[in-house]
Design a binder for this molecule. Sequence first.
Ligand SMILES: Cc1cc2nc3c(=O)[nH]c(=O)nc-3n(C[C@H](O)[C@H](O)[C@H](O)COP(=O)(O)O)c2cc1C
Length: 195
Amino acid sequence: MNEAINNIIARRSIRKFKAEQVSNDLLKVVLEAGTYAPLGSFGEKASYKITAVNNKAKVEWVNGITNKALLNIKVDDSTNSRLLKPIERAKQGNAQFLLNAPVFVFITNDMYENAMADCSCVIENIMLAAASVGLGTCWINIFSRLNNCPEIRQMFNELDIPAEHKAFGCIALGYPDMEIPAPCPRAEGLWKIVV
Ligand SMILES: Cc1cc2nc3c(=O)[nH]c(=O)nc-3n(C[C@H](O)[C@H](O)[C@H](O)COP(=O)(O)O)c2cc1C
């Protein structure tokens, strides 16, 4: 195998990070790799935005607002069932939704038809680039369900994320503080070659 394929195979989600901050120079390289992802807007300018918070105190601020937003959600029959566990965790006190990572990255976009696909390609590029330079990442999905919470909109505003943007995915990022697990065996039948 070549190095690129080995890197794809070796990348794993990392959920425990060292406190060590990532240099802005290294982070730039990784985020820039994200921008080389394929794009569904047919040659037009990309509409997504990558917003990286590279400051532990600010990441904690984001986590605090996430807790607040969850605590303010009124639970009834219309509540997204995937938010019920996070709401319970928030009620228990200062849950770590961002995995205590030193860096947290929002990938946001407007609502054009390929918005989610574009963001997913950017996220995968970032995760692979990060793995290739010894950084760990984990996709964090909770913000895709909190986009309409007033606390989250206010935070996006303070982070300069456009008002018409939603978070389609986020990334916790930092130096791994755990062994990188081996990949579990892939299921049979996920691909087929037709000749
Ligand atoms: C769309 C998507 C959403 C995910 N959301 C979360 C999440 O909110 N929290 C989390 O810890 N992992 C999340 N993950 C990571 C998956 O759990 C992980 O990729 C999967 O278990 C396979 O493990 P691996 O990445 O180590 O190969 C998400 C992954 C994807 C693709």
